[in-house]
Design a protein around this ligand. Structure first.
Ligand SMILES: NC(=O)c1ccc[n+]([C@@H]2O[C@H](COP(=O)([O-])OP(=O)(O)OC[C@H]3O[C@@H](n4cnc5c(N)ncnc54)[C@H](O)[C@@H]3O)[C@@H](O)[C@H]2O)c1
Length: 456
């Protein structure tokens, strides 16, 4: 893809800029509407990020429309059925009763004062795919009115809001900063996290100029406990990539260390526990079967792509972390093979019960899940794989790579190897310890127990 696909119209083709006071007046009008909760909110994309934003906006009193391009998703929401684990049906139904609408046709969305864009930003052939953001911005440009605010929340490389989104929105004939407001606010949602949710997690906010920043700050200030303003949209875009690259690199560090510690005969988990007693300068990360979800396997590559594209240099930490983390499913399968071997069994023909297919605990999100890679590798080596997954995705979602069964004592006992890949809170660890014949625990959760097997 190109970094800026739509050129800004030459100055001569633009309508004359309004007097500077106008931007200030428009901002004051919008701020008053935000304050009174009469601002009409449109959330574009009703997925893991967009639906919780829409629900919260309804909760604090805004009139909210969710624009969701997938008609079956919009219909499910409109029928009171949520496919996002963090949004229970009860909350959705209360929102519908308060006036929330989910639509798939932009023509049905009505006018908006604040639009929040929460559409996917995947990689295609290793490069950022911003086509969803482009589509959303083009849709909004057709309906943009003077004085409205647009905020991009999708994770992306620094520069996207100003270089890609602003020119697309200006196809409306309105000028960013003068006649409409534009900002970026990264989402920090952590699906399945009961302690840190949308409201109590501080939200970084930014605008392309001062009036825009004020509007973004006021809008999110009405939704969350604390906002953290930064000086530019590029800075806010970098915040998200810094956070995720930090996690990605540190997970790779413990993963590589776990492999070396095993080879050296040292208990990595004991070392991590002891290091975690240091009250400063250390942050606990634990090994596992790899990284998954919509963020860690993807976001750091947005940053390394930008660095390569702009500076011609390689972001070595990101490349190395990708290499280590992508190797983990293979390493897990090798460890499973070695463990079975020590018990006079071959992986080929063995029955393996995999615990957890999602990318992490407490979520039905299977995107980029390392469990899928592990299952496929086990199957390619001749194992008969079954899986236990208490968090199944919505109908029409990903196809299960193996038959899904309940995690019963009989299933545990029938497996030659139980392979714990996700530490879902629903797994009964005592039952696993009591009934499984052999366990490979890749998350270190079985450790306090006496169980037949080993940790990663
Ligand atoms: N899921 C997370 O934990 C998380 C956390 C932080 C940031 N993010 C970022 O937030 C963004 C959205 O992620 P998500 O997990 O919510 O994705 P998602 O796939 O769950 O949801 C996105 C939704 O947008 C819809 N959509 C796509 N194009 C559209 C358009 N033009 N108009 C209307 N709807 C459209 C899709 O059908 C989908 O339902 C991504 O950039 C992601 O990197 C995700």
């Amino acid at each position: 893809m190109t970094e800026t696909t739509v050129p800004t119209p030459p100055a001569a083709e633009r309508p004359p800029a309004p007097a500077p006071a106008m931007a200030g007046e428009l901002a004051d009008e919008l701020l008053a509407r935000i304050d009174a909760r009469t601002a009409r909110v449109l959330v574009v994309g009703q997925g893991y990020v967009g639906l919780p934003v829409a629900m919260r906006a309804v909760e604090v009193g805004y009139g909210v429309v969710g624009l969701e391009v997938a008609p079956e998703r919009a219909a499910a929401l409109q029928a009171g059925s949520s496919y996002v684990a963090d949004v229970p049906d009860d909350q959705l139904r209360a929102a519908l009763a308060a006036g929330y609408r989910a639509v798939s046709d932009p023509a049905e969305a009505g006018p908006f004062d604040v639009a929040v864009v929460t559409v996917p930003t995947p990689l295609r052939d290793g490069a950022p795919d911003l086509s969803y953001v482009e589509d959303a911005a083009t849709t909004l440009a057709r309906r943009l009115r003077a004085g409205a605010l647009i905020v991009l929340e999708s994770t992306t490389y620094p520069g996207t809001t100003e270089e890609l989104v602003a020119p697309l929105l200006e196809q409306s004939g309105l000028r960013a900063g003068d006649e409409f407001f534009l900002g970026y606010s990264p989402e920090r949602i952590d699906p399945g996290n009961a302690r840190w949710g949308f409201v109590n997690t501080p939200k970084v906010v930014s605008g392309i100029d001062e009036p825009s920043r004020r509007c973004v700050e006021a809008f999110y200030g009405s939704l969350v406990d604390k906002v953290v303003p930064v000086s530019s949209t590029a800075e806010a875009e970098l915040v998200k990539l810094l956070e995720n690259t930090f996690r990605h690199v540190n997970i790779a560090l413990v993963n590589e260390l776990a492999m070396f510690a095993e080879a050296l005969g040292i208990d990595i988990w004991g070392a991590i526990d002891a290091a975690s007693s240091k009250p400063f300068g250390f942050m606990r990360f634990t090994p596992g079967p790899g990284v998954g979800g919509h963020c860690l396997p993807i976001d750091p590559s947005y940053l390394s792509w930008r660095v390569k594209r702009r500076l011609g240099q390689t972001f070595r930490f990101v490349e190395l972390a990708n290499e280590v983390n992508e190797h983990m499913p293979d390493y897990v399968v090798t460890r499973a093979m070695m463990l079975l071997n020590r018990h006079q069994r071959a992986l080929n023909g063995s029955r393996v019960l995999v615990l957890g297919l999602s990318y992490k605990a407490g979520t039905s999100d299977w995107r980029e899940s390392p469990s899928i890679a592990v299952v496929e590798r086990l199957q390619s080596l001749g194992a008969e794989v079954r899986a236990c997954e208490p968090y199944m995705p919505e109908a029409g979602g990903p196809v299960t790579p193996a038959p899904v069964v309940d995690c019963t004592p009989a299933e545990l006992a029938a497996a030659d190897l139980v392979l714990l890949l996700v530490d879902h809170p629903d797994f009964d660890l005592d039952e696993i310890a009591a009934h499984a014949r052999l366990v490979l625990d890749t998350k270190g959760v079985m450790r306090p127990r006496d169980f037949p097997g080993e940790t990663l």
